[in-house]
Design a protein around this ligand. Structure first.
Ligand code: PLP
Length: 362
């Protein structure tokens, strides 16, 4: 049996008729950029996430950059985030001209360690970007207690909650990505900034269209970062299925947990109060590379997220970070192994992955 690591086309197949009808209607209407589907989807996504507004932009990466700009963060400011994540949050801090400050992570949850964040706060700290990595929230209550604006990176966690409250509604602003493999994925790039402060909404709506309120009058240094109507039309078809897809991801995670218990690997941990939407299910293993090669031989190719923590990336060679600065992130990078995880996986495929892992340790 072969188990593809990712399979976004399987989701298109399951909604083919509805998606084709929605895209055909959007194409026929001719309002391709920031059209009626965008406004409707902004309202639907904001309502799903429990926020007052959603501003559609062209990627999750741009959502983070525009969020920092909306909060007026720039040169001279510091922003704290995780060194163990996709690079976008660090990149957004760099792009607005602020200083990236990393704080180490929890060894089994992979999200920020709040005590490490507290240690890094200075009078220049203007925001924290907690990444709700792999589908579960960072320790939001402890981070909120620091009294610094939070820009939640919800790219991997739409639908996750903390004590029943949706991520994206827990900080000053929340950022979503609709990259095709995300829990709510478009058929191209897309993103959104969520929030409830009307002044921030106004700035975000200006920033995404070259800083304008009135056409050809530019009040802010802006961007071209707009969600297109076709992607919004597709996302509107998909959003009503998100809870069922997230529930299926949780069922797959439970099946992995049950099938892998007792093996010499560490299974992912969910923090008390969190509901996890398992964008990624990743275990920790000492002989990770050998296990990964064994799985590939058994028809289970995998991808490592993330093989190198951000503070050691070549693009930051001009910074003073060095090996040993964030020991937990470094150790996790060496040992982490994500398994196939998407709602369309069958139980038989999940059992095949479990069997392949078990045979490595037999
Ligand atoms: C944690 C995280 N933040 C931000 C992003 C950026 O999103 P996008 O690819 O839509 O720019 C991603 C992934 O793609 C991500 O995984």
């Amino acid at each position: 049996m072969n188990v593809p690591f990712l399979n976004p086309a399987a989701q298109f197949d399951s909604l083919r008729v509805e998606i084709l009808a929605a895209t055909e209607a959007a194409l026929a209407k001719g309002h391709y950029i920031l059209g009626p589907n965008v406004s409707a989807f902004e309202a639907e996504a904001a309502s799903y996430c429990g926020t007052g507004f959603g501003v559609g932009v062209n990627s999750g990466s741009d959502a983070l950059t525009l969020a920092l700009r909306a909060l007026d963060i720039g040169p001279g400011d510091e922003v704290i985030t995780s060194p163990f994540t996709y690079i976008a949050p660090a990149e957004s801090i760099h792009q607005v001209g602020a200083k990236i400050v990393f704080a180490d992570i929890h060894p089994r949850r992979f999200t920020l360690d709040a005590a490490e964040v507290a240690r890094r706060v200075t009078p220049k700290t203007k925001a924290i970007i907690p990444v709700h990595l792999f589908g579960q929230a960072a320790p939001i209550q402890e981070l909120r207690a620091l009294g610094i604006p939070l820009v939640e990176d919800c790219a991997q966690a739409i639908g996750a909650t903390v004590e029943g409250k949706p991520v994206g509604s827990l900080g000053a602003l929340g950022c979503l990505s609709f990259y095709p493999t995300k829990n709510l994925g478009a058929c191209g790039d897309g993103g959104m900034v969520l929030g409830s402060d009307p002044a921030l909404e106004k700035r975000l709506r200006m920033l995404r269209v070259h800083g304008i309120q009135k056409r050809y009058h530019h009040d802010l240094h802006g961007y071209n970062s707009r969600l297109d109507d076709l992607q919004a039309a597709i996302l509107r078809v998909k959003l009503p299925h998100l809870n069922a897809w997230n529930a299926r991801r949780k069922a797959i995670a439970d099946r992995y947990d049950a099938g892998l218990r007792g093996l010499p690997v560490e299974l992912p941990e969910t923090a008390p109060g969190n509901s996890h939407v398992f964008h990624v299910y990743a275990l920790l293993a000492d002989r990770r590379d050998a296990l990964q090669a064994h799985l590939a031989e058994k028809g289970v190719p995998t991808l490592i997220y993330y093989p190198q923590p951000l503070h050691l990336q070549a693009c930051y060679a001009d910074q003073s970070w060095k090996t040993g600065d964030y020991p937990v992130a470094e150790a996790v990078s060496r040992r982490i192994l994500p398994l196939p995880m998407y709602p369309e996986l069958t139980d038989a495929q999940v059992d095949h992955v479990i069997g392949a892992i078990r045979s490595f340790f037999a």
